[in-house]
Design a protein around this ligand. Structure first.
Ligand code: 6PG
Length: 251
């Protein structure tokens, strides 16, 4: 069942398994549009628990063989400021469930260095990596082929938390953000300019704990400082919400 409001389309799935399978097919199809002509496919992965099932699907058949990993470049929407082997690391989850299971060249993994003592240096280095990879000039934003996002029960996405200064960042592509939810460690996050310039933005939202917030985020009214996910509005791209029935009960 597809609905639409304010240009955002949302599709409701019976459960997280069906949602994750649809996301895997979308990832593979979008990737093939680029890799089929030998071009790189750039995707920013979301953190948290929701994408774990998707990562496992992509690392298994039929997706493992269907995707030409030589041309896949994986980034992160955000990272916790912890070492890459820490249980709270978004990189660690993606590495264990996906990177170590597919023939993805190490150079195609673009990690956020959350472990650096100077977190702003970590944000600057990530931004420099984005500028290098996308050959950015001046203040043009990167154009990810795909940005995947989750939504927290507080309406945050990436590490753009309600009422935090990172929401106001309109120039830098990556910024340090104080946490608004557990784990209460500082984060490094893509900013709205880096997210909203993507060709495709895909939210994956599952679970009854998201239902009340999703019922405020999707239909509106707009209150993006309180509900940061509402400010994800692609400037020249497509936004799709994949939600499961538990998260959609109040829509
Ligand atoms: C993070 C994530 C964050 C996540 C949402 C949803 O680093 O925590 O990037 O934005 O996507 O908090 O998290 P769950 O998938 O665990 O509900």
């Amino acid at each position: 069942m597809a609905e639409e409001v304010a240009g955002a389309e949302w599709i409701v799935f019976p459960d997280k398994e069906a949602l994750s399978l649809d996301a895997a097919y979308r990832f593979a199809a979008l990737a093939a549009q680029r890799t089929g002509k030998g071009a790189p496919f750039s995707a920013a992965l979301s953190g948290g628990s929701t994408p774990a099932m998707l990562f496992e699907l992509l690392a298994a058949e039929p997706f493992k063989s269907a995707i030409d990993w030589r041309y896949i470049h994986l980034f992160f929407g955000d990272e916790r400021c912890v070492p890459p082997d820490n249980a709270d690391s978004n990189y660690r989850q993606a590495n264990e469930l996906l990177f170590t299971r597919v023939p993805l060249p190490d150079k195609n993994i673009h990690r956020i260095q959350g472990e650096l003592p100077d977190h702003d240096e970590g944000a600057r280095q990530y931004e420099a990596e984005l500028r290098r990879f996308f050959s950015l000039k001046g203040d043009e934003p990167p154009r990810f082929d795909l940005v995947m996002l989750g939504m927290g029960p507080d309406g945050h996405c990436a590490s753009l938390f309600p009422h935090k200064p990172a929401l106001q960042e309109k120039t830098r592509l990556a910024a340090v953000s104080e946490p608004g939810l557990k784990p209460f460690v500082p984060r490094i996050t893509l900013t709205y300019p880096a997210i909203n310039s993507a060709a495709e933005i895909l939210f994956l939202v599952a679970g009854s704990d998201k239902a009340e917030t999703l019922a405020r985020v999707l239909p509106g009214p707009a209150d993006p400082d309180t509900l940061p996910s509402q400010a994800v509005t692609p400037t020249n791209g497509k936004l799709t919400w994949l939600v499961d029935r538990d998260a959609a009960t109040l829509l």
